[in-house]
Ligand binder design. Structure first.
Ligand SMILES: *[C@@H]1O[C@H](CO)[C@@H](O)[C@H](O)[C@H]1NC(C)=O
Ligand SMILES: *[C@@H]1O[C@H](CO)[C@@H](O)[C@H](O)[C@H]1NC(C)=O
Ligand SMILES: *[C@@H]1O[C@H](CO)[C@@H](O)[C@H](O)[C@H]1NC(C)=O
Ligand SMILES: *[C@@H]1O[C@H](CO)[C@@H](O)[C@H](O)[C@H]1NC(C)=O
Length: 287
């Protein structure tokens, strides 16, 4: 008697479970968003939203709509209703390839965002939301469009009579980077330069960064290589510049050589003036 009750209870449970399975509506099965994209290096970035539908949700009357949102805004940046033209909106207006097709299926054809020439201001959270009249699902992922800026500059300049000013500068980086100076000696052991100061400046939506330090020349040998490393923390992107310490070639960069050149200019000026004066004296006086 008791056993029979158990069986009927299990039967009810199973039927309820199978009912649930069959009524599960639209479900996002995968959201593929590139985590990092380098600014200005790609013709496009594809953000795709895969979903499954119940057979009856494939009907025209089911009210299927695909929307994409940026940074949790209330207004979508993209909307597509099967059978209609996809629409680019807000920050993505004019920035999408609207004829991109993820598939040839009527219910999934224009589900994806194909962002043309992604740039840093399109970094943020992308939410795909798929809904029908009875059901809805969404998923969110981040995309970071980073920029390493202009090729950066590492220079050594004589500082006083016995020191060297090492300075490294990168302009127009996004997001906020880190910069480190290292010295590498003959054995290739790398040591961070002690006491280097790093200054970061926000310039509009990008960052400029400079690391510099003054080292006594006694701490450097001709086999020393100076390395400047620029890192974009959220990514594993690293850019490096190296320069070898060479006391001979550095002389030409030092400020003393600058004044030397100016002195030469003054000398040429004086000589030129004297020549002009002589020529004038030699020429016959105008009537
Ligand atoms: C990103 O790339 C575009 C060209 O595609 C360029 O105009 C813009 O200055 C770049 N932005 C940054 C922060 O480097
Ligand atoms: C979007 O959100 C990200 C953080 O996820 C933020 O860094 C970025 O500035 C936001 N972009 C816009 C245009 O609001
Ligand atoms: C070292 O050189 C950089 C770039 O030329 C300069 O901005 C910085 O002020 C110099 N450091 C010192 C201590 O003079
Ligand atoms: C780091 O860079 C390598 C390629 O250099 C890439 O395959 C990997 O996915 C990157 N990892 C992260 C967390 O970005």
């Amino acid at each position: 008697m008791c056993l029979l009750n158990l069986f009927s209870a299990l039967y009810v449970l199973f039927s309820f479970a199978s009912l649930l399975i069959f009524t599960v509506g639209v479900q996002i099965t995968d959201l593929r968003v590139p985590a990092f994209v380098e600014n200005g290096t790609r013709p496009g970035a594809l953000l795709d939203c895969e979903y499954s539908l119940r057979p009856d949700e494939l009907n025209k009357e089911a009210g299927l709509v695909v929307k994409w949102f940026f940074n949790n805004s209330a207004a979508p940046v993209y909307q597509w209703i099967p059978g209609k033209k996809p629409q680019d909106l807000g920050i993505l207006k004019g920035r999408l390839r609207l004829d991109y097709a993820s598939s040839e299926h009527r219910a999934t054809k224009h589900r994806a965002l194909y962002i043309l020439n992604p740039t840093t201001e399109l970094s943020g959270e992308y939410k795909c939301q798929v809904s029908t009249f009875d059901d809805e699902d969404f998923m969110v992922k981040k995309m970071l469009v980073f920029a390493t800026g202009k090729p950066f500059d590492l220079s050594l300049n004589k500082y006083g009579s016995e020191s060297v000013n090492i300075s490294c500068k990168a302009l127009g980086v996004y997001p906020e980077p880190k910069m480190t100076l290292f010295t590498e000696s003959g054995t290739k052991t790398r040591a961070p330069v002690k006491g280097a100061s790093v200054e970061t400046l926000a310039r509009g939506a990008v960052y400029d960064i400079m690391a510099s330090t003054v080292l006594p020349e006694a701490e450097l040998t001709t086999s020393t290589v100076i390395v400047c490393e620029l890192k974009i923390p959220a990514t594993n992107v690293t850019r490096r510049q190296t320069v070898s310490y060479n006391p001979g070639s550095m002389e030409s960069l030092s400020s003393s050589s600058g004044t030397h050149k100016e002195m030469l200019h003054v000398r040429y000026l004086i000589v030129g003036f004297l020549v002009a004066l002589l020529l004038r004296e030699a020429a016959p006086a105008p009537c």
